[in-house]
Structure formats: C-alpha cells, structure tokens
Design a binder for this molecule. Structure first.
Ligand code: AMP
Ligand code: FE
Ligand code: FE
Ligand code: ZN
Length: 299
C-alpha cells in the first residue's frame, strides 16, 4: 500500500519575516529556529532580533546546512507621540559602521534603562542584581524586559513572565521605565544608507488614530525612508490588515508579514502561523526582492 505523509511540509508556499531568537528576547536559539522553519516547510524566514545582529551568523550556518533561506534582519524602535514605532529592517548585515553604531547605541540605552527598572523593583522589595539578570541571558546581546520578567519569576515574585509584565513592567506599574528612543527618520536614514529594506512593523499596534498612522506613513514614504508595511501580524485583525493593505496600495509600498515569534515569551505565538490564522505568502517576498533588484541591492 502506498503511504502518503499528510502535511509533511505544512507551510510550503509561505514565509515568516519577523522572528526573534535568544540573540535578543526570544527563547529559541537561532539554529533551532531555522530547523523548525525547515521542518514546517517555510520558504524563507527573516531573523529580526531587537537591536542586534548576533543571531544572524548561526542562523545562516544552519540555513546553509539545511538549504533553508534566511533573510538577515533586525527590529528597532523609534519614538512617536503615541509610543514606540517598530521598524523591521530586512537584509541587515553586520559590518556596516553606521548600522553597527546605531545598534550599539540602542543596546547601551537599554542597559541604562534596565538599571532603572531594577531600581524600581528594589523600591518595592524585589531585589534583583546584575548576576540575576545575566543568568537569564542565553548568549544574547540585546537585553530587555522579558529577561527581567524571567528573573522575577525565577526569584518567586511572579508565577509567569506574563504575570511579571502585568504586575511590574507595563505602563502604570512600579518598575515601568519607558525607553528613550530616536525619531523614526533618524533610524530609517541609517538603515536606508546600509542598503536595508525598511518595514513599519505591526503599525496598527501603535495606539494612535488611524489617520495619524496614515499621515506618518505618507510622510516617511515621501522622505524616501520607508519601503513597506507589515500588514500580516498576529496583532492585526482583518480590519487592520485591510487598512494597511489599502495604505500600502495608495503609497506604492511593499507588504510584509510575520509571526513575531519569541518562543515561550509569547507562548501563544507559533512560527509561521502566529495564533493559528496567520499565513504570509511567498509572493510578498518575491515583490520585495524585485524592488531591491530594481535599485541594485543584493537579495
Ligand atoms: P523591551 O524591548 O525591553 O521594552 O521589551 C519589549 C518586549 O517584551 C517585546 O518585544 C516582547 O518580546 C515582550 N513583551 C511585551 N509585553 C509583554 C507582555 N505583556 N507579556 C510578555 N512579553 C511581553
Ligand atoms: Fe521582543
Ligand atoms: Fe515589534
Ligand atoms: Zn518583534
């Protein structure tokens, strides 16, 4: 009897252009991310750690070993009147001095802020020191609230990372400290100079009026700084996806999408599919690549 393996590659034809690893605040190592992507049949995945490129070489090695396409990337946050604007950069390679300096500055600003968060925790009787925090960093370069949340859990002050966030680390809570961030154009200009494709990540997660988001996207596009919008993301419902698609169409912007996979930091989010409904077709990546080729950038 002939046996067929059903769903051997369940995500063939799809991609995931937004993934975090242990290089920043994810809990899965880059090589393991690539192995999972390969097992799922994803056509390509972008490694987009916060403020660093440290996971890229391991991911590329695993990609070469398996024949899995990897897009090197990163995710940066910029200041807006409504909070953090997240920018995913695709084809971000180490070795560009401007980019390396920007990423190093962001990580330094994180270190200062992490100390302020630890101080806030100490004021309410939660004593965590640098060693406690370092114990939560699995070889990564970019340290933030998820690592602090894990340290809080390990010291017995919360039952889960989610609880630690909810009780201590979000706006209005005793140890919340906002990040000091640069305006989007300052970040985007560095990325563009480094030949990086710039994507406004999960734009509808920003608690801003839709009209403001539309105007800001138009402004950054007219400045030649923005290449695309991440329409497909677990935080975007159907109406938000449609708004972003329309905006991209009106402004001639590319569309992107990804799960924002973080491992157990976001336990409901699975690679490639988010909470289950997400699918990002490989045709989007083909369009992104075509646009890069048009302007002489490598793919
Ligand atoms: P930071 O960059 O240090 O401000 O931390 C933000 C990161 O924390 C995000 O990228 C997520 O990985 C994670 N995060 C944010 N909010 C929550 C939450 N409520 N529960 C768990 N993780 C969260
Ligand atoms: Fe994160
Ligand atoms: Fe983000
Ligand atoms: Zn992300």
């Amino acid at each position: 009897m002939k046996m067929t393996v059903q769903n051997a590659k369940p995500l063939a034809g799809f991609i995931d252009l937004h993934i975090h690893t242990t290089a920043s605040d994810g809990t899965v190592a880059p090589a393991e991310v690539v192995e999972t992507a390969y097992a799922l049949g994803l056509e390509a995945v972008a490694i987009t750690d916060h403020d660093c490129l440290n996971g890229i070489s391991e991911a590329k090695e695993a990609g070469q070993r398996l024949g899995q396409e990897i897009i090197p990337g990163c995710e940066l946050a910029a200041h807006t009147p409504y909070g953090e604007m997240h920018i995913v950069g695709l084809w971000a390679e180490s070795g560009n001095p401007g980019l390396e300096e920007l990423l190093a500055t962001q990580r330094e600003m994180r270190k200062t802020r992490n100390q302020e968060i630890l101080l806030g925790l100490r004021r309410i009787g939660i004593n965590l020191n640098d060693t406690d925090l370092a114990a939560e960093v699995d070889g990564g370069a970019s340290v933030g609230r998820p690592h602090i949340a894990r340290a809080i859990v390990h010291k017995g002050f919360a039952l889960s990372v989610q609880d630690a966030f909810k009780c201590y680390l979000v706006p209005g809570k005793p140890a919340y400290v906002p990040r000091r961030l640069l305006p989007p154009e300052e970040i985007l200009v560095v990325l563009k100079k480094a030949g990086i494709t710039t994507i406004f990540a999960h734009p509808m997660s920003l608690p801003a009026p839709e009209a403001w988001i539309g105007r800001e996207v138009a402004r950054l596009t007219e400045l030649g700084l923005l290449d695309g919008l991440e329409a497909y993301h677990p935080e975007h419902d159907r109406a938000k996806v449609q708004y972003v698609e329309k905006l991209a169409c009106e402004l001639g912007l590319l569309l992107s999408g990804g799960s924002d996979f973080h491992g157990t930091v976001k336990p409901k989010i699975k690679m490639g599919v988010g909470e289950g409904r997400l699918r990002v077709p490989v045709a989007l990546l083909e369009r992104i690549k075509a646009r890069r080729v048009q302007v002489g950038l490598p793919v």
